[in-house]
Ligand binder design. Structure first.
Ligand code: 5GP
Ligand code: ZN
Length: 143
């Protein structure tokens, strides 16, 4: 547990939440300021700030719970789909520094657009740059 972490306080029961799922390692609750009805957050109970900080087994557990909750979160509000995503790091808009996955129910007429709509102009990358990036990511994945 991290002091001054609102999600750690929820896990500890110090702050109320509308919990929709809980096991030894993972908790899920409704977002207090939802982007859409049914907006659900899924967190590891242990405090980790970023996706890449979460140990592999726990990351699998978090994804498993997200996978389990997508259908009920959509069904609860009669949604047509959902955006399932992490804001990972301040640059990506992460405000609560305890890793959390968002399940945001989506509706045909909600006008929200895809994740792609976050971004402006796309980078113009030549083949060498793409090869270098691919090699670097691939090397990192082996570590
Ligand atoms: P982020 O921008 O960090 O990815 O998203 C943080 C999310 O946490 C926001 O959608 C915000 O509404 C939600 N949130 C912040 N504080 C609380 C809280 O005390 N309880 C709950 N249930 N959600 C919270
Ligand atoms: Zn925390």
């Amino acid at each position: 547990m991290s002091d001054d972490c609102i999600f750690c306080s929820i896990v500890a029961g110090e702050i109320p939440s509308r919990t929709v799922y809980e096991d030894d390692d993972v908790s899920a609750f409704l977002d207090a300021n939802p982007l859409a009805p049914g907006h659900t957050l899924v967190i590891p109970k242990a405090h980790h700030e970023h996706v890449q900080d979460v140990p592999n087994d726990l990351a699998s557990d978090v994804f498993s719970v997200m996978h389990r909750l997508v259908e009920p979160a959509e069904s609860a509000v009669d949604a047509d789909g959902s955006t399932v995503a992490f804001n990972n790091g301040e640059a990506a808009g992460q405000e609560v520094p305890h890793v959390h996955g968002h399940i945001v129910p989506r509706f045909d007429d909600d006008g929200g657009g895809p994740i792609h709509s976050i971004f402006g102009a796309r980078p113009d990358l030549d083949d060498d740059e793409l090869d270098d990036i691919a090699a670097s990511v691939s090397d990192g994945a082996d570590d």
